[in-house]
Write a protein that binds this ligand. Structure first.
Ligand code: FES
Ligand code: FES
Length: 160
């Protein structure tokens, strides 16, 4: 008979540039493991079905809804959570432009915006708007978030 307890796996995950070992069940989501086992509570459980973006983490440069990814799928990949973006240009720009929103949606937005800037360092409005569609805030507009992104883009353009 199948027993989930007998199917535990020992894996190692690279999270925020640190290799960390953990014992998991194969069915554990990445969201569960980073929050409940590693204690990294920045990624938030919202809808649990890929709609809200509150659980977004960066996996090999791609923003991923961690509620939809199994932890075991993260083996061999570079995972960055909001805790790993402390003092980065985008995190500071969110503060400078009052783009921080509630504690629930902000981490996912910052992760998503950081990945956007890495992939499209010269992103125009269309791309920015398209990327922001993957994260839901039901309270306000995304104007300040867009300004925070543009400020980082403009600053890096000025360096050249
Ligand atoms: S909790 Fe993962 S997208 Fe909402
Ligand atoms: S859901 Fe966070 S401010 Fe609206």
């Amino acid at each position: 008979m199948y027993s989930s307890e007998s199917k535990k796996l020992d894996i190692s995950l690279s999270i925020n540039d640190e290799e960390r070992s953990i014992t998991i069940r194969p069915a554990n989501t990445l969201l569960y493991v980073i929050r409940e086992q590693f204690g990294l509570t920045g990624a938030k459980p919202g809808c649990y079905n890929g709609d809200c973006g509150a659980c977004t983490v960066d996996v090999d440069g791609v923003p991923i809804k961690s509620c939809l990814m199994l932890a075991v799928e993260g083996v061999g990949k570079k995972i960055t959570t909001i805790e790993g973006l402390k003092d980065t240009p985008i995190q500071k720009s969110f503060v400078e432009h009052f783009a921080f929103q509630c504690g629930y949606c902000t981490p996912g937005f910052i992760i998503n915006c950081n990945a956007l800037i890495q992939k499209y360092p010269n992103a125009k409005d269309e791309i920015i708007e398209e990327w922001l569609e993957s994260n839901i805030c039901r309270c306000t507009s995304y104007k300040e978030i867009e300004e925070a992104i543009k400020a980082v883009i403009t600053r890096s353009e000025e360096q050249y």
